[in-house]
Write a protein that binds this ligand. Structure first.
Ligand SMILES: Nc1nc2c(ncn2[C@@H]2O[C@H](COP(=O)(O)OP(=O)(O)O)[C@@H](O)[C@H]2O)c(=O)[nH]1
Ligand SMILES: [Mg+2]
Length: 100
């Protein structure tokens, strides 16, 4: 069996990421924004949960839905599709993050 060697790395390899995350947290705190990252497999109930949340809280808070999708082929369909209309009809801003 191959020998396992532990390498002591003196620098946090995620330090840039941690710094950026800290800046984002500060910005959100300063603007009193609550951000929730919702992840689940397709069909896991994310959209249903978001739609119910928007429906129940739309008169109390200004809300936005940010959808991250690394496959830009679906972007045109998503931005004009049924789900985006349902988000918008509940007064939520809808933004899709993708890559070219
Ligand atoms: N039984 C049950 N079905 C659910 C629940 N939440 C969502 N669904 C159904 O599961 C399917 C997928 O939900 P959807 O919100 O589109 O999932 P998404 O792909 O994660 O956005 C839909 O047919 C929903 O009606 C739940 O709490 N219980
Ligand atoms: Mg969905």
């Amino acid at each position: 069996m191959a020998e396992i060697r532990l390498i002591d790395i003196k620098e946090d390899i995620l330090s840039d990421n941690q710094a950026l995350a800290g800046q984002i947290r500060d910005t959100l705190r300063n603007h009193r924004i609550f951000l929730m990252n919702l992840m689940a497999s397709p069909g896991g109930g994310k959209t249903s949960l978001i739609l119910q949340t928007l429906r129940r809280l739309k008169d109390k808070f200004r809300m936005a839905v940010i959808e991250g999708d690394i496959d830009s082929r679906w972007m045109p369909k998503k931005s004009s599709g049924k789900t985006s209309r349902r988000f918008r009809s509940r007064r939520a801003v809808f933004v899709i993050l993708t890559r070219p």
